[in-house]
Design a protein. Structure first.
Length: 322
């Protein structure tokens, strides 16, 4: 059997926060944030709203929209860096809350590359013949671990969740995959509450996202461009064959730079960063869902999803929309 992506759903918290909000407590401006990041708004989870709640609602929305039953799901993968708690996993909580008694449940810790890792793992689990119906979820409440005193990072992040259903089928639609890491950049983007070292370097143990924005920016552009071309080659496609490119939505300038590097018109990139901010593992399904809802992504289109993030990690796949 082959792996087929058959449904998609999203959920984002109600509270919309614009750039002017930040002008109240840090030295910044709407103009700076828009021009440096492309972000116009983002969503903030409520105080008592957590990653598992967002993920649950995304799955419920997908199930309602596609008239799906969930009780025969046999694997749940949840990509997140903002678990409600480390143990139990988000996947276990959802397995119970959504009534999936026969599902194996596992969280993926690959930061903004996590959703891409989920696609790759789901394809492998289905191709192995061991599983038939898998949920791949990316869900985050990044604003709970945002350092609102750091003006270079606090303006970037938002909260949201997305999910895709991947099923066993005679003819699948998930083609070439990539997944990899560059652990040497671990100290450039991290979230820790323990006084440890990363690659021998001391870190800030404040349980907030800490990043070296410029280094991550440069690495993302060069690594994403490289992986874009590797995916094309694996699938035997040229850049003109890609209908939609859905990279992790961290910053519009990163997306524009990748498109320029690989020779793809930026109009062919789907993004979620302008309205949702950087939502880490949720950013790809949010962008893809909006593209589907807007009637842009249609049956037969070749869609390349490619994530990157803390670790450093990257992963993605080419899907022919069904
Ligand atoms: N408002 C106004 N000015 C700001 C600012 C803010 N919110 N944040 C930083 N600045 C200032 C800096 O202090 C700097 O001033 P200086 O030149 O006087 O020192 C200037 O703006 C430029 O800073 P720089 O860091 O070079 O900006 P940048 O163009 O690289 O943009 C990021 C900063 C963080 C937006 C950008 O580096 C980025 O997006 N990096 C990738 C981050 C990311 O995606 N992380 C997650 C990956 S999954």
């Amino acid at each position: 059997m082959e792996a087929k992506l058959t449904a998609i759903g999203i959920y984002a918290p109600e509270k919309v926060v614009d750039n002017h909000y930040f002008e109240q407590f840090i030295e910044t401006s709407d103009e700076w944030i828009r021009s440096r990041t492309g972000i116009i708004t983002r969503r903030f989870a409520a105080e008592k709203e957590f990653t598992s709640d967002l993920a649950e609602q995304a799955v419920r929305n997908m199930a309602a929209e596609y008239q799906l039953r969930l009780d025969d799901v046999d694997f749940i993968l949840v990509a997140t860096v903002t678990h409600d708690q480390i143990m139990p996993s988000m996947a276990c909580q959802l397995q119970y809350r959504l009534g999936m008694p026969n599902a194996a449940a596992l969280d993926i810790s690959a930061a903004c590359g996590g959703f891409g890792y989920g696609l790759v793992l789901a394809k492998g689990l289905i191709n192995s013949g061991m599983y038939r119906k898998i949920l791949v979820i990316g869900a985050e409440t990044l604003t709970k671990v945002t350092d609102f005193t750091d003006r270079t990072s606090c303006i970037l992040f938002g909260d949201g969740a997305g999910v895709v259903l991947i099923e066993a089928a005679e003819k699948g639609n998930i083609g070439a995959c990539v997944a990899g890491a560059d652990g040497s950049g671990g100290q450039d983007l991290y979230l820790s509450n323990q006084n440890t070292l990363i690659n021998g370097e001391e870190i800030l143990a404040n349980n907030k996202i800490v990043q070296n924005g410029r280094k991550v920016f440069k690495w993302a552009v060069s690594q994403m461009s490289l992986q874009f071309n590797i995916l094309l080659e694996k699938e035997g496609l040229s850049v003109e064959d890609i209908d939609w490119f859905v990279p992790h939505s961290a910053n519009m300038r990163i997306i524009e730079a990748i498109c320029k590097q690989v020779g793809l018109p930026v109009e062919k990139a789907l993004e979620s960063v302008s309205t949702y901010g950087n939502t880490s593992s949720a950013s790809i399904p949010l962008a893809l869902y909006e593209g589907v809802r807007a009637g842009k992504v249609r049956k037969g289109h070749k869609v390349m999803m490619l994530g990157f993030g803390g670790g450093l990690t990257y992963a993605g796949a080419i899907v022919e929309w069904a």
